[in-house]
Design a protein around this ligand. Structure first.
Ligand SMILES: Nc1ncnc2c1ncn2[C@@H]1O[C@H](COP(=O)(O)OP(=O)(O)OP(=O)(O)O)[C@@H](O)[C@H]1O
Length: 274
């Protein structure tokens, strides 16, 4: 850590009082004084937030403000980038993920869905069964069960059940994205990170994915980056507004969109910049 204990305790006290207003349910993810540097360039500044269990939390803000960078810290995807330095804490279920070396376990618990569907050039079935097979599950009936359950969970079973053995790349973009969600679900995660999951989709597919997200929150804690403010308003319980690597405001989505406390939030959501 780059900061002394005294400074650090002060920071934590300030941050805890900031987040206490937002905390209502159980925090699944607690972020404390999180800073991230790409080489010399700082991209995240002293972030603090509690993300509640089985809620949808949206991250909004203009391009380059650090939303995706922050999202990737939650399953340590930034560790794969050269020259990244991170300090501060992310606590998931009472465990500081940056103090544990079990990144595989973390990424099983914290699944991710990307902007563009990134299915493997293999069948729909094999795409969804890929992760469970890598975890050592070989039993055919068990795999069948996981594949069906995951595709149902991603609201795409009925559309693909008769073509499970055909190439996943033959599906439409919206269907591929729901198979990506099924692939994430197949790993039985508790948290699902979504980085602009509908930005490459048409409006109808977007609505399907949004409905899916709304249904999924009974089972999962979801954190979603979106550029689409209507989408944040439609799908999320809480919204964090990012600007220049900082969280300007984090609150109930209804409040952020109807009565933001900060002028900068208001300017952004009313389209004055970004
Ligand atoms: N791999 C990287 N190496 C160096 N700098 C990076 C890297 N990835 C992101 N950055 C920088 O970090 C800052 C935050 O980027 P990030 O992609 O997290 O923002 P964002 O809010 O998700 O943007 P967008 O909405 O455009 O996706 C930007 O200045 C970006 O240029």
């Amino acid at each position: 850590m780059n900061i002394t204990m005294t400074e650090r305790n002060n920071t934590i006290n300030v941050n805890l009082s900031q987040v206490s207003e937002q905390s209502q349910g159980t925090a699944k993810i607690s972020v404390r004084d999180l800073n991230l540097f790409y080489g010399e360039k700082q991209a995240l500044y002293s972030l603090a937030m509690d993300i509640q269990e089985k809620e949808v939390t949206a991250l909004i803000g203009p391009s380059g403000c650090g939303k995706s960078t922050f999202l990737r810290t939650i399953n340590r995807m930034n560790d794969l980038i050269d020259g990244v330095k991170i300090n501060g804490d992310i606590i998931i279920d009472n465990e500081n993920i940056y103090e544990s070396n079990d990144v595989i376990k973390l990424r099983t618990k914290v699944g991710m869905v990307f902007q563009k569907a990134n299915l493997f050039p293999m069948s729909i079935y094999d795409n969804v069964a890929y992760g469970p097979r890598m975890q050592g599950i070989k039993n055919k009936n068990k795999l069948n069960e996981i594949v069906e359950e995951s595709l149902r969970g991603a609201a795409i079973w009925d559309e693909v059940k008769d073509r499970l053995k055909t190439s996943a790349l033959g599906l439409s973009g919206g269907q591929q994205q729901r198979v990506c969600i099924a692939r994430a679900i197949a790993m039985k995660p508790e948290i699902i990170l979504m980085d602009e999951p509908t930005s490459a989709l048409d409006p109808i597919s977007t609505l399907k994915v949004e409905e899916l997200i709304a249904n999924m929150k009974k089972d999962y804690t979801i954190v979603i980056v979106t550029h689409n403010m209507q989408q944040a308003a439609r799908v999320s319980d809480k919204t964090a507004f990012f600007l220049n690597g900082e969280i300007v405001e984090y609150d109930l989505t209804d409040k952020i969109f109807s009565m933001p406390k900060e002028k900068r939030t208001e300017d952004y959501i009313t389209g004055r910049f970004g």
